[in-house]
Design a protein around this ligand. Structure first.
Ligand code: OGA
Ligand code: NI
Length: 356
């Protein structure tokens, strides 16, 4: 039998368990099944242990915060937000609720397992399972909060009220960050909000089980986020890394180290496009979890809510000049997101496709 047929059968069998990677771990496996083997998991670029992602302290005077966010978004595409308005207790109960869902008895959890969201909700392992050449060591509960609100009954009860509340909290943080970004760009402070960038909201509640052979696979492959902005809540385990070009032009990974109480913010492809490359959408990945406890993270993605054919997005006219001509063509958001869904997560960024 050819390798690809072999693989297709194994992938389908894994998906049909409806138990995710958590199910494999529960079954007591001591090695990583071949469908998860990443040929390049181990041979990637070095980690620069002495570097860390910039921290933005929202309690500092506004002009300083604006400056910090602008330089972090230009140079790093990633930053950690501290002294934001969300209580630590809210963050902790969100993480606990997500953990509780992924640790429900298999028979209960698997009722939600699907690749066709029901009422905006889907539990699954590897959104790109049938497209990628290697699967990642994680499971995800995905909820679409907007522009169409989810059917609340479809959100698993064990985490329903926490996730509905988290959507609101993350939205407030995103509102604040977008306002600061707009000011840093010299735009009207509500420009991104007026473009409906708080209205398209997706939440990915990830669960990264302990991995018996973490050198053979990854938690999430190398990718950029196809969004305006991501607000990420992570527990204390760590494993997320962002790519960074250092002085000599080489690339290194920088650990996005868990900081108690901090939220991670990263610039997505759409923000890079509408800022005409002023802000950078940076590649990132998650290493396979080598601790003996599962890692939980909650990524909230913000996108324009207006999806009709006639609404197009591209570099914002206010930012363009004869010295700074547009680098991207205008497009419709459905066209953009459709292109993302049809591809493997860790392939070339979508940005290239819309370049002029
Ligand atoms: C993502 C992502 C990182 C993490 O969901 O796009 O990059 O730490 N998540 O889970
Ligand atoms: Ni991401």
């Amino acid at each position: 039998m050819s390798v690809s047929i072999d693989r297709a059968i194994a992938v389908k069998a894994f998906d049909e368990t409806k138990a995710g990677v958590k199910g494999l771990v529960d079954s007591g496996i001591t090695s990583v099944p071949f469908i998860f083997h990443h040929p390049t998991a181990n041979l990637s670029i070095p980690v620069a242990a002495h570097l860390s992602i910039p921290t933005v302290d929202l309690s500092l005077p506004r002009p300083i915060t604006i400056d910090r966010i602008r330089s972090a978004s230009r140079d790093w595409g990633f930053f950690q937000l501290i002294n934001h308005s969300i209580p630590i207790s809210t963050m902790q109960s969100t993480i606990s609720a997500v953990r509780a869902f992924h640790e429900l008895p298999t028979a209960v959890r698997s009722k939600h397992y699907t690749r066709s969201p029901v009422g905006g909700v889907a539990y699954l392992s590897n959104g790109d399972l049938f497209k990628s050449s290697a699967a990642s060591w994680r499971d995800t509960l995905q909820i679409s909060f907007g522009p169409v609100p989810p059917e609340l009954d479809e959100i698993p009860e064990v985490c329903r009220s926490e996730l509905v509340k988290w959507d609101e909290s993350a939205k407030e943080v995103a509102r604040e960050v977008m306002g600061l970004m707009c000011e840093g760009l010299g735009l009207g402070p509500r420009r991104l909000e007026e473009l409906s960038c708080l209205e398209g909201r997706g939440m990915s509640c990830h669960y990264y089980p302990p991995c018996p052979e973490p050198h053979l696979t990854v938690g999430a492959g190398n990718h950029t986020d196809p969004v305006i902005l991501t607000v990420l809540l992570q527990d204390e385990i760590g494993g997320l890394r962002a790519k960074r070009k250092v002085e000599d032009g080489h690339e290194v990974w920088v650990d996005v180290k868990p900081i108690p109480g901090a939220l991670v913010v990263n610039v997505g492809d759409l923000l890079q496009i509408i800022t005409n490359d002023e802000f950078k959408s940076v590649h990132h990945q998650v290493v396979a979890n080598s601790s003996d406890e599962a890692r939980v993270s909650v990524a909230c993605f913000f996108n324009p809510g207006r999806r009709e054919e006639s609404t197009t997005y591209g570099p914002l006219p206010e930012l363009l000049s004869s010295e700074n001509p547009p680098r991207y063509r205008n497009f419709n958001v459905n066209d953009f997101l459709g292109r993302f869904l049809s591809k493997e997560l860790n392939t070339k960024t979508l940005i290239e496709f819309f370049k002029l």
